[in-house]
Design a protein around this ligand. Structure first.
Ligand SMILES: Cc1ncc(COP(=O)(O)O)c(C=O)c1O
Length: 374
């Protein structure tokens, strides 16, 4: 059985270059980065070098980068940090209906503490209308959080326009860039954002590390209280190992030129699908304003999970889940108004650095039989 990995939006392997610097960190930087003696110094150097590398990718100052355990923590920090820092003088958080659970669940939690969440709708391509944001803002708004690119369908949001609207109203703007970093440009001043989430394992760094960009002057209550690590914003002894890994991954992510090859492969995949399935296949997400590696397609009248089960050895994700014999559409497809008979056949193929044309052609060759047998 050949194994083909087309699930890079779920996670990426650690890049060889990242593994090299992590090996060095493991062997030479065991000390506590806060220790003033000889054992602490190399660890501190690695942490700060990693921070500078993350900052260089985002175009911000190193002091504006806080290391976290990943995308979920960064999102929780942005939302809860802003809510608690507001001392509950204001209540409203504006977000969208297509966010990752790492935004939706903390918002639901904050609702139990009195927050009022406004869920912006999206159009059939999964895009938010900036006018809807403008209309939703009130004197009570604490924070706006809109993801940069969607993990499922890859649609890219009009972040520059939305962030500009928030700024006009003096409201901090957060974007969950877990899926966009390393795939499209994510410089914080170009986007105009105040807070931005990075998840290491989506960009060829290990799991368990991420970062939150916090624009200087943006006040957040820490999630983790303790000693004064990370400028008092996140307590806990920093990991030189993880910081070095994320930093190196960010160095690699600055070069977006490999994305042209991925996009070409992705489009070859889509064209091949259309040749084989004609009207039996539907693209989910925006036709152009979409991550270059992401192809979410629906096999109309079929169940995505059944097709994947018949495609032995191919790792990809479905857009629907089967609960007690009933197919439930993903909230993202539902928010886009995708019809159930279309949405239930959704499969997300996400390509990455290791994807080859031979793999795409192999999947294309095997798909008709898999669909027939599903
Ligand atoms: C858009 C988005 N945000 C947040 C996360 C969560 O990141 P992590 O797995 O690092 O906690 C993910 C991971 O799937 C994601 O795709």
């Amino acid at each position: 059985m050949s194994r083909i990995y087309l699930d890079y939006n779920a996670s990426t392997p650690i890049a060889p270059e990242v593994a090299v610097v992590m090996r060095e960190a493991m062997e030479g930087a065991f000390g506590n980065p806060s220790s003033p003696h000889w054992a602490g110094a190399p660890a501190r150097r690695m942490v700060e070098e990693g921070r500078s590398q993350v900052a260089a990718l985002l175009g911000c100052a190193p002091e504006e980068v806080v290391f976290t355990s990943g995308g979920s923590e960064s999102n929780n920090f942005a939302l809860k940090g802003a809510f608690f820092a507001s001392k509950r003088a204001r209540r409203q958080i504006i977000t969208t209906r297509i966010e990752h659970p790492a935004i939706i669940a903390p918002c639901r939690f904050l609702e139990t503490l009195g927050a009022e969440i406004t869920w912006l709708p999206v159009d059939s391509a999964g895009r938010v209308d900036p006018d809807d944001l403008e209309r939703a803002i009130t004197a009570d708004t604490i924070l706006v959080s809109i993801m940069h690119a969607n993990n499922e369908v890859g649609t890219i949001q009009p972040i520059e326009e939305c962030a500009a609207i928030a700024r006009e109203h003096g409201i901090p703007f957060h974007t969950d860039a877990a899926q966009s970093v390393g795939k499209i440009a994510t410089r914080v001043d170009d986007l105009g954002v105040d807070l931005l989430t990075i998840a290491g394992h989506k960009l060829y760094a290990p799991k368990g590390v991420g970062a939150l960009y916090i624009r200087s002057g943006t006040v957040l209550e820490p999630l983790i209280h303790g000693a004064g690590h990370e400028g008092g914003r996140r307590a806990g002894t920093e990991s030189a190992l993880l910081a070095a890994g994320l930093g190196e991954a960010c160095v690699l992510a600055r070069d977006l030129s490999p994305m042209a090859k991925l996009k070409a492969l992705r489009d070859r995949f889509w064209n091949g699908l259309r040749e084989r399935f004609g009207n039996g296949i539907v693209l989910n997400g925006h036709p152009e304003l979409r991550l270059p590696n992401t192809l979410d397609v629906s096999f109309v009248g079929h169940v995505g999970g059944d097709i994947l089960a018949a495609l032995e050895g191919v790792a990809a994700s479905t857009g629907s889940a089967c609960h007690s014999g009933r197919i439930e559409l993903s909230p993202v497809l539902e928010a886009m108004g995708v019809a159930p008979e279309v949405g239930m056949g959704a499969i997300r193929f996400s390509l990455g650095r290791g994807t080859t044309a031979a793999e795409i052609d192999d999947v294309l060759r095997r798909l008709p039989a898999a669909v027939r047998h599903s």
